[in-house]
Design a protein around this ligand. Structure first.
Ligand code: PBG
Length: 317
């Protein structure tokens, strides 16, 4: 009589990568999650694959940051190196890359800002320049595809980002590379452990100009519709647990599209903290939460729990 099933093939496992050698550094607010240097990724990719997890999504910490985020589209950037290591070690692993500026810019924002000598006097100082940012995003996506990425996931919520990336990829003969768009991304307090992990906290201001108000759901439909029109192959809702209603609504609206839920860093940290205190049964709670995302309508779940959950699902069989 069971209507919904959770399987390790539903999971996408996030990996944080940084320059260096022999680095496996735990993130303090995310016990069990690490920053990796590329040399250790070959073994890690194998252990992920052995658990039946088909895909990873990469987040990079660059060597240095600047106003544009040059390493983001450099052939030897941390993401480009990591893609090559993983694809060499486990060729079947689906490697997805996060395409955004925030980890690479010195100001920590998701786009080029209206600052400096060439600033537009009609716009507020520090305003995110949407169209200038699109050009960079297309370059980043092409660079990731050239390094061997199987799918790109633009996460900055810029207007027109899916179309700009699609055009960029197609112009470089990557018409087969799908786009998983972070279509519905809320301005959420659940991202703070991630910002420690990826060192992507904005140096000033916040992301409320381009991320969604947690109070809105009709706007989620408008955002999703734009991405679908622009050619997104899959849509994402982020965070997941506080927005199961949004996942459900998108499932009903787009029965034919692949839908992903991002079970974000704060959702992970919350459960780990409660479990460490003995306040929750960790294993049962995590499997219940992940199952709820499937029940709401997600096909795929990006989750830091992927490895442990895959292990438990194996043991439950
Ligand atoms: C932006 C990005 C963020 C997350 C994924 N991609 C941070 C943000 O929007 O501030 C957060 C994911 C998480 O909290 O696990 N590149």
């Amino acid at each position: 009589m069971r209507e919904t099933r959770l399987e390790s093939s539903d999971f996408i496992y996030p990996l944080f990568v940084m320059h260096g050698k022999g680095i496996k550094q735990e993130i303090s607010s995310m016990p069990g999650v690490f920053q990796w240097s590329p040399d250790l990724l070959a073994d890690e990719a194998k252990s992920i694959a052995e658990l039946g997890i088909p895909a990873v999504i990469l987040f990079g910490i660059p060597e240095s940051k600047d106003p544009v985020g040059l390493e983001n589209f450099s052939e030897n950037g941390i993401i480009q190196q990591s893609i090559r290591v993983i694809k060499q070690s486990v060729p079947d692993m689906v490697v997805i890359t996060d395409v955004c500026l925030c980890e690479y810019t010195d100001h920590g924002h998701c786009g080029i800002l209206n600052l400096g000598e060439n600033k537009n006097p009609n716009l507020p100082e520090g305003y995110v320049l949407n169209d200038e940012t699109l050009e960079i995003l297309a370059k980043v996506a092409v660079s990731h595809a050239q390094a061997g990425a199987d799918m790109v996931a633009p996460s900055g919520m810029m207007d027109g980002m899916v179309a700009a990336i699609r055009n960029g990829l197609d112009a470089h003969h990557f018409e087969h590379i799908p786009i998983l768009s972070y279509s519905v991304k809320y301005a959420s307090s659940f991202y703070s452990p991630f910002r420690e992990a990826a060192q992507g906290t904005p140096k000033f201001g916040d992301r409320q100009s381009h991320q969604m108000d947690p109070a809105n759901i009709r706007e989620a439909l408008r955002e999703a519709a734009l991405d679908v029109q622009e050619g997104a192959d899959a849509l994402m809702v982020k965070p997941a647990l506080p927005y199961l209603d949004v996942i459900h609504l998108l499932r009903q609206t787009y029965p034919e599209l692949t839908l992903a839920a991002y079970n974000v860093s704060g959702e992970y940290a919350m459960i780990k903290a409660a479990a460490a205190n003995g306040w929750l049964d960790e294993r049962r709670t995590i499997l219940e939460i992940l199952l709820s995302m499937k029940r709401a309508g997600a096909d795929l779940i990006i989750t830091y729990h992927a490895k442990e959950a895959a292990q438990w699902l194996k043991e439950n069989q």
